[in-house]
Write a protein that binds this ligand. Structure first.
Ligand SMILES: Nc1ncnc2c1ncn2[C@@H]1O[C@H](COP(=O)(O)OP(=O)(O)OP(=O)(O)O)[C@@H](O)[C@H]1O
Ligand SMILES: [Mg+2]
Length: 259
């Protein structure tokens, strides 16, 4: 991948539409959705059930392509309607990190090994992968649980390991779909704070679908969806879109930079 312009947004989704099914069963899940998220920004995506939040997140995550519209990530056109403009699998593996509602850890691997595998599938040699996995678990405050199997961890600890796994390859963009739904409010808040920390320290962009209004102060910005649209009041794409912190430069840790 080419080096990117420092000012290119982490996400630029332009006029996305998504229609599931056809005829009687047709559901329009996205209606002309435009969203821009800058590097270093932590954005919450809110809205009622069925509004299209997961559809938007999985479209941007290159899992569930839109019917029309374009998606640019880190300044690269990646999807033009449903047509891939890059090798989506490779791009996803290298540049995107996902966290879901449940940690989905591999049950027969330790916390450390769960993170390590994510690195090894990106061709990091085992020793280096192990070292990095350990550093990440320490960074997320679960280093002392590295050897435990997921079953022996609390929900909050499992979710931290899942966050470590999502960060393993230093993605420039982290996408999370209700990552705190299974946690109590204290643990949930800690996970949200971790996202903010990652965005700040690693210049990654983070887009989080959440129903949890108790931790919204952690975010730079909220965007609301309703019936497949972004609500105008919250979905600015103009100058007031700037994050609270200082402007973020692309740096080596951003993961959307050089090949
Ligand atoms: N695979 C699918 N096939 C058909 N319709 C779908 C599919 N996935 C989602 N939909 C429909 O698209 C609309 C948006 O769904 P989506 O899952 O994006 O909503 P959501 O905002 O994430 O809701 P929730 O908060 O309940 O998770 C809904 O009407 C849903 O029924
Ligand atoms: Mg959803």
């Amino acid at each position: 991948m080419n080096t990117l312009a420092p000012d290119s947004p982490a996400i630029l989704a332009e006029s996305l539409t998504k229609t599931y099914g056809s005829g009687n069963t047709e559901v329009v899940a996205l209606r002309d959705v435009t969203l821009r998220v800058l590097r270093g920004e932590v954005v919450a995506l809110l809205g009622p059930s069925g509004a299209g939040k997961s559809t938007l997140l999985t479209a941007i995550g290159l899992i569930n392509p839109p019917t029309s519209g374009r998606i640019h990530i880190g300044g690269h056109l990646v999807l033009d309607g449903p047509r891939p403009a890059v090798d989506l699998r490779a791009f996803r593996r290298k540049h995107l990190g996902f966290v879901f509602q449940r940690a989905n850890l591999i049950p027969f691997l330790s916390a450390l090994e769960n993170v390590q595998v994510a690195l090894e599938i990106n061709d990091v040699p085992p020793r280096a992968a192990r070292k990095r996995a350990r550093e990440l678990l320490d960074y997320l405050g679960v280093g002392d649980r590295a050897r435990h199997l997921p079953d022996a961890l609390s929900g909050g600890q499992q979710q931290r390991v899942a966050v470590a796994r999502a960060l393993a390859n230093e993605p420039g963009l982290i996408l999370a779909d209700e990552p705190t739904a299974a946690l109590d409010s204290h643990r949930g808040r800690q996970v949200m704070e971790l996202f903010a920390k990652v965005a700040r320290e690693r210049h990654a962009a983070v887009l989080v679908v959440t129903h949890d209004h108790r931790a919204l102060d952690v975010f730079d910005r909220t965007v609301e969806m309703e019936d497949g649209r972004l609500r105008d009041s919250a979905s600015s794409t103009g100058p007031c879109d700037e994050p609270k912190g200082p402007p973020q430069r692309l740096d080596a840790g951003a993961g959307l930079g050089s090949p």
